[in-house]
Design a protein around this ligand. Structure first.
Ligand code: UDX
Ligand code: UDX
Length: 441
């Protein structure tokens, strides 16, 4: 099939590359010329396991191409995926300007029947607005070209995006009517996925749009639930890992997304829960649960910073080693990462920071450049040099079995705050460290 991806961010690039790898001809349109030039040379704008190899193979086979030529990209394909950014506005609602400007271009250049696919996370009702904008552009050209706008939200997790695309829990497609042409084509487009028994559900567009927000909000709610419970565990001496294990064995609850820690981050959860909250408020619906998810997450970051402050009896002049800056492991993405808020708090209280992350330091340096108070280690052990405490903020695998003897030798005082509960408290104490986790006994 001939497919165009508009926007080569996380979603556009991973989806486009995977669709090309299924044999489709995929052209990626983006306004960022620099990014496209690099992509043509096989230089990826993001760190995502397996992406570079998969992209290189499909670029070589001329199944994956890049262009800034909007007309060519729109006219050369049957299916056009909109994957541009939908950043949050100050009030938490979603900025759809990029999506609408792409819709305008599609209406301006459409030359025959097209399926326009909303892939970016967009508030309920956006597919209708995209359709209206395209119709208006066609009217200006006195054209009545047939087209369908469908909603097809993505559920990719950063760090596992290719696996999630190739083995999704489900594919969701929202269409305007039950018998439109697009249903057959979307079925064919995802045939490789459904062939391995993955369900594809066809529904209406508004329900499809809401499935995405509701899914992210539900996952974020589980995290805020267990994080808030971790405070009680701290107070009464229970162990949050035992609690989430016991809860998770209930098949109605399940164990995933019940890991207490320093809070959730990323380009999706914070933005999507706020977006849904605004949609509820705009429709004059009760929304207390959704504001609680966000508030609990902000409180969790504060909780972590204050725990470290009390462990050190004040932060001023103290040296804090931080392992993990990305919002989660296996990505260089720091968008809405809890580490941004926590590091800022430490700096404001006069602490010195010694930071390390396997992939995200370049991105983090754009926010916190190296300075007298901020040092970036080349290796994890550089960061702990002369530190009063080591705190874990991202559970990268390489932090799980370090040389504790070496860490102890290098630190000023052997003290660990485990913001992701990756260590066994007894073992760490046996190694001679003072240990604190999030709701651990
Ligand atoms: C996007 C959406 O922002 C998000 O809502 C959804 O959940 C996932 O898809 P992401 O892929 O991470 O997220 O987006 P981003 O990294 O912002 O990339 C968007 C790309 O679109 C950028 O490369 C940008 O240059 C490009 N773009 C943006 C265009 O080509 N044209 C535009 O008009 C706007
Ligand atoms: C999420 C959704 O999982 C994905 O389906 C959607 O398409 C995009 O948003 P992603 O943002 O990549 O994916 O990250 P995810 O793995 O969901 O983690 C989100 C945040 O929650 C991270 O900061 C992570 O550290 C945190 N988290 C996750 C917890 O604190 N505890 C958990 O148990 C799970």
């Amino acid at each position: 099939m001939k497919i165009t991806m508009v926007g080569t961010g996380y979603v556009g690039l991973v989806t486009g590359t995977c669709l090309a790898d299924m044999g489709n001809d995929v052209i990626c349109l983006d306004k960022d010329e620099e990014k496209l030039k690099n992509l043509e040379k096989g230089i990826m704008p993001i760190y995502e396991r397996g992406l570079r190899d998969l992209a290189e193979r499909n670029i070589r086979e001329k199944r994956l191409m890049f262009t800034t030529d909007t007309k060519k990209a729109i006219q050369s394909s049957d299916v056009i995926f909109i994957c541009v950014g939908t950043p949050p506005k100050k009030d938490g609602s979603v900025d759809l300007n990029y999506v609408f400007s792409v819709a305008k271009s599609i209406g301006k250049y459409m030359n025959n029947y097209k399926i326009v696919v909303d892939k970016s996370t967009v508030p309920v009702g956006t597919a209708e607005k995209v359709e209206k904008i395209i119709k208006e552009e066609l009217k200006k050209r006195n054209k009545e070209t047939e087209f369908d706008v469908v909603s097809n939200p993505e559920f990719l997790r950063e760090g596992a995006a290719i696996k999630d695309f190739q083995n999704p829990d489900r594919v969701v497609v929202g269409t305007k009517t039950k018998d439109e042409k697009s249903i057959k084509i979307m079925e064919r487009l995802y045939r490789s996925t459904t062939r391995v028994g993955r369900p594809i559900i066809f529904t209406d567009r508004k329900s499809a749009e809401l499935i995405k927000y509701a899914s992210n909000a539900m996952l974020a709610a589980r995290i805020s639930f267990i994080n808030q419970l971790s405070h009680l565990c701290d107070k009464i001496g229970a162990d949050i890992k035992e609690v989430s294990k016991g809860m998770g064995l209930d098949s109605r609850i399940g164990s995933r997304f019940l890991q207490a820690g320093a809070g959730f981050g990323g380009s999706c959860f914070p933005k999507d829960v706020s977006g849904l909250l605004m949609t509820l408020k705009n429709n004059k619906c009760p929304s207390s649960i959704f504001s609680a998810i966000i508030n609990a997450n902000e409180e969790q970051k504060l909780f972590v910073a204050e725990k470290v402050e009390s462990l050190l009896h004040g932060l001023n002049g103290k040296t804090i080693a931080v392992w993990g800056l990305s919002f989660k492991p296996r990505t260089d993405d720091i968008r809405e990462s809890p580490s941004l808020t926590i590091v800022k708090m430490f700096l404001e209280k006069g602490a010195k920071l010694r930071l390390f992350d396997p992939e995200a330091m370049d991105n983090f340096k754009k926010v916190f450049p190296e300075s007298d108070n901020i040092y970036y280690g080349k290796k994890p052990y550089d960061a702990v040099e002369n530190a009063d405490i080591l705190i874990i903020l991202t559970e990268w695998d390489e932090f799980r079995e370090p040389d504790f003897g070496l860490i102890k030798k290098k630190m000023k005082s052997p003290r660990i705050f485990d913001g992701r509960n990756i260590y066994n408290p007894e073992e760490i104490k046996e190694e001679g460290f003072e240990y604190e986790g999030v709701g651990r006994r």
